[in-house]
Design a binder for this molecule. Sequence first.
Ligand code: NAG
Ligand code: NAG
Ligand code: NAG
Length: 458
Amino acid sequence: MPWEDKAILFSILLVYSSSQVLASGEIQEDGQCAELNNTRWQEYRQQRVRVEVQYLLLTRRNPDCAQKFDQDSVGKPTSYFNTSRPTKVIIHGFSALGRKPSWVTDLAQALLGAQDANVVVVDWIYGASFAYNLVVENYKEVALQISVLVNQLQQKHGCRLESFHLIGVSLGAHVAGFVGTMFEGKIGRITGLDPAGPMFKGADTSDRLDPTDALFVDAIHTDSDHFGISIPVGHVDFFLNGGMDQTGCARSRFASMYGYVICDHMRALHVYMSALNGTCQLTGIPCASYEDFLKGSCVDCGVFKGRCPAIGLQEKSGIATSPVPQQQKVFLLTTSSAPFCAHHILLTLEVSPLDKSAEVEVTLTTWSQGTEHHFRLKTEATVYRTVLAHPVALCQIDSIRLRNTGARLYRQGDIHVKSVCVSELPLRSHEAPLCVNDIDIRRGVPWSHDFVQVCGTS
Ligand SMILES: *[C@@H]1O[C@H](CO)[C@@H](O)[C@H](O)[C@H]1NC(C)=O
Ligand SMILES: *[C@@H]1O[C@H](CO)[C@@H](O)[C@H](O)[C@H]1NC(C)=O
Ligand SMILES: *[C@@H]1O[C@H](CO)[C@@H](O)[C@H](O)[C@H]1NC(C)=O
């Protein structure tokens, strides 16, 4: 492979730049909007050049009607590209059926809502369709073409490399990573939305997205057991609901193809768009593993000096520590639909020693919404902890209910609960948990306690 040596890469880059490989497309006539292309199997087979890349530009001046874009259109009076604004580059991934990705305009508009920027959409559908393994061969070619464009914008039009933010979905994340490699990590930011896993997990860091590809790299993981990558690839890696199976994504074989195959993988994108909308904060808690996180072993953002990283456009995901840690896994739970934000409630149950195993169901309720958890109590332990996703904040929890759901095979006696406590993550030293102490819960007799709380301003 001639890709190994960066010197060679850069000389290729220069050759590409001087020979006009990019079609000097005309800006479309007024009123005509540029669109992403579809491709069909027949067309695909007839294409002699497998990788064709075109660019679409959206800005706040044309958020609904994309303009065709290339290095030659910059500077023309009709172009909406503004060289003094930051540039977001959206890169789609594999498309099994050759269909144009339908979410692109939504993402572009969400970005424009959050920031006055140039949004450049990379359309490489001709290279991204049909056979995944062939597509993987194409991704560096696409990266090379994007690099030519970025290089031109930098050299000829004075755009700063730090002002570029590449947002890659699935395989597009590794395309972005390779563009970053070409610029030796000097691109401002790369965001990977469920970066592709198959054929990349074991790959060399120069062949996949990694923290050296940009000044800051963040990634959201939602399907790391199928299409996504399971290893951290950025400075900060958000693992949603553990990074594998997402709430609300059907797991039944009777579910639709979308629900079954792609829902988990595309959740990263939907959560990201929701975060850009800014209705609520999606922040994560650093932890070594999801199991530890769920067990309540990680309760604050001490490694980030108390600032929990947030999904979205905040600089360095809102982290203020320097240097930025690398490959830091952060975990968060989400709800099953937009805007996806959940409050992380740490629930702790302490019981007197039992002589038989037992089961206790705990329900936290706010208005009519309840969050439930079953603790399986064993004879050898007395303290149980878990982290739950509740739709509203701790101060809005109205009541807590306990039921002794008992063992099925023998009569379960009373369970003496020394305390049941709830607190919200990240834990803050000045906030005491809400606790109820000394309760006996009898089999079949539900116990509940109402909280009278006022939400302060914090
Ligand atoms: C996309 O389609 C348009 C019109 O159908 C065509 O002019 C253009 O060449 C196509 N782009 C690519 C990259 O094939
Ligand atoms: C380009 O962006 C700069 C900075 O936001 C702004 O001051 C300027 O007016 C913009 N130019 C045009 C033509 O919109
Ligand atoms: C973002 O906000 C708009 C307008 O409020 C809404 O129509 C859209 O559904 C939201 N998108 C997401 C992903 O939350």
